[in-house]
Design a binder for this molecule. Structure first.
Ligand SMILES: [Zn+2]
Length: 190
């Protein structure tokens, strides 16, 4: 990453990158927080493809995020980046004018899933919940590892309860989505 980008493509700082991910596929700018993803980081060879996984802390680059794909040369060209951000913003402000209209007509509810989602999208949601559970369902006994207060004034017991409830919520989501998949499978056969 440093070889290709001695300074951060988004903020221009030269504070280096924090590498993360099991396969070391993420590099995050130590200055602005923008995070890139590439399978090529770990190979220490040529970077062929690189995605912006998270924008900077201040939101810069949000419109260029994955799954949008830009060549490495693009990320090396700060003018191209600025132009692309501007172009995306104008397109977005045009779109959001339409969107506001739609949102006003449709009540804002946070659904566990949307009926128009494909089976594959539902399965992805299940996977996300499965990934989420172990993040919360730990330290659920008094002697559990990593037990601590969530927020400074919650007791261990409260923190444990909050974590478990959070894990149960994800489990419930999985059940609800599985029910939907079953319902779909059944309505196909009849
Ligand atoms: Zn940066």
């Amino acid at each position: 990453m440093l070889k290709y980008f001695p300074t951060c493509p988004l903020c221009g700082a030269n504070k280096g990158y924090e590498v993360s991910g099991l396969a070391k596929t993420y590099a995050q700018c130590r200055s602005c927080g923008a995070k890139w993803m590439s399978a090529d980081f770990a190979k220490c060879k040529e970077i062929k493809e690189m995605y912006l996984s998270e924008p900077a802390y201040d939101g810069k680059g949000a419109s260029l995020r994955m799954p949008k794909k830009y060549p490495v040369k693009f990320w090396q060209d700060s003018n191209a980046i600025e132009n692309a951000i501007k172009a995306e913003e104008t397109a977005l402000s045009r779109k959001s004018a339409n969107k506001i209209e739609i949102e006003e007509r449709e009540p804002k509810t946070k659904l566990i899933f949307h009926p128009e989602m494909t089976d594959q999208q539902l399965k992805t949601l299940i996977k996300e919940s499965l990934d989420e559970i172990p993040k919360w369902d730990y330290g659920s006994t008094i002697y559990g590892k990593g037990l601590g207060s969530l927020i400074s004034n919650t007791s261990f017991a409260e923190a444990t309860t909050i974590r478990l409830l959070r894990a149960i919520l994800e489990q419930n989501k999985i059940l609800i989505i599985q029910n939907e998949l079953l319902r779909r499978a059944l309505s196909k056969t009849t």
